[in-house]
Design a protein around this ligand. Sequence first.
Ligand code: AMP
Ligand code: MG
Length: 406
Amino acid sequence: MVSVEEAIRLVAEHVLRLPEETVCLSEAAGRVLAENVFADRDSPPWRKSMMDGFAVRSNDINAGIQKLKVIETVTAGGSPTVDVEGGQATRIMTGAPVPEGADSIVMIERCAFEEGSDTVTIELDSISAGKHLMEAAANFASGDMIFPAGRTIRAMDIGLLAEVGAAQVSVFRQPSAAVLPTGDELVSASEQPTGPQIRNSNGPMLLAMLKGKGIESIDLGIGRDNRDAMQEQLKRGLEKDIFLLSGGVSAGTLDLVPSLLKELGVEEIFHKVKVKPGKPIFFGTHQRSDGSRGYVFGLPGNPVSSLVGFRLFVSTAIALMCGKANAIESSPQLAELSREHETRGDRPTFWPSRRISSPDCSLIVEPLIWNGSSDLVALGKAEGLIEFPAGGKVHDAGTEFPFWEL
Ligand code: AMP
Ligand code: MG
């Protein structure tokens, strides 16, 4: 049985980053750049006006010349055709290039101007050079690196990528995935369970967790605890980059998943982690016919155990496959316990918890009332998991523990 740390290290050691692909900008948010992106032009590309108003020579205004001759109008998308000379002004709109000769912009609110008139009176006694205009390349220059390879593209980064003409970007491929919950007792959420049946919570939950990470997955239905019945579903799951199963991985007589996977060529990397809930988790890898590697997680059947396994190990594997360099470091934050809490047992416990608002903005978390690995009500209230160390102990309020955000 390996520790959580060791299991994460084993995942990181075995999981390979997927190859690159080119995607258009509309598909790029959430993906990891596989290339450095450079600016193809200056920003702004010219000295531009930041206001609607008049482009003037500051010397004129500062010398008391306020009535100026309007020589032309330049709008965004247009270009000045004449330079501004002493006693002159160009009417200008936000974003338009500032004509030569002018060195500041007077906003329209400070100008007395009649539409159609060829003069404007500036209602200012003084103005500094450079007012309300931006020099060419003030944001970045052509050739500057905008984003480095390895960066996760956020939705708000798309604007800058568009500005530099990166209409397509090279990113790491996202894994394909398949989900197979197993268990003779399971029926789908749309069915009425009878007798010893329960509804399949894990399948829809795991599919949604994958979707939340932008991963398309196939739903393989429900696997039955029967060697022959499960074979075809397992084979289909193994075609995907990442295959998530739930149930059938512990010590019950019908826990067939690890042995069936091994028969199909999956090499076990670990089976059982010192963690509560979620001990019987299985992780394996296999080589596919095209030579690429596939990864399989057999998550325990109880839904909170499955979720803990997903949060600790599956999400690490996915992040690494997608090219996220800081997949492991970015994990838990230290948080203070809001109240006394007792833990028991010989394994570290990942306890569903929620944040408490604190006046000084420090991270304070409250362990929720939780009935264990099948209790989805606590999970419904949880924002993360507090990691308590192994051993029976009463932990005082204010003690710090790692908090794994969900
Ligand atoms: P297993 O890991 O197969 O021994 O299952 C452990 C417990 O989780 C049993 O009580 C199962 O009935 C339950 N369980 C298994 N799979 C699911 C599932 N997909 N949704 C909800 N509960 C499940
Ligand atoms: Mg089972």
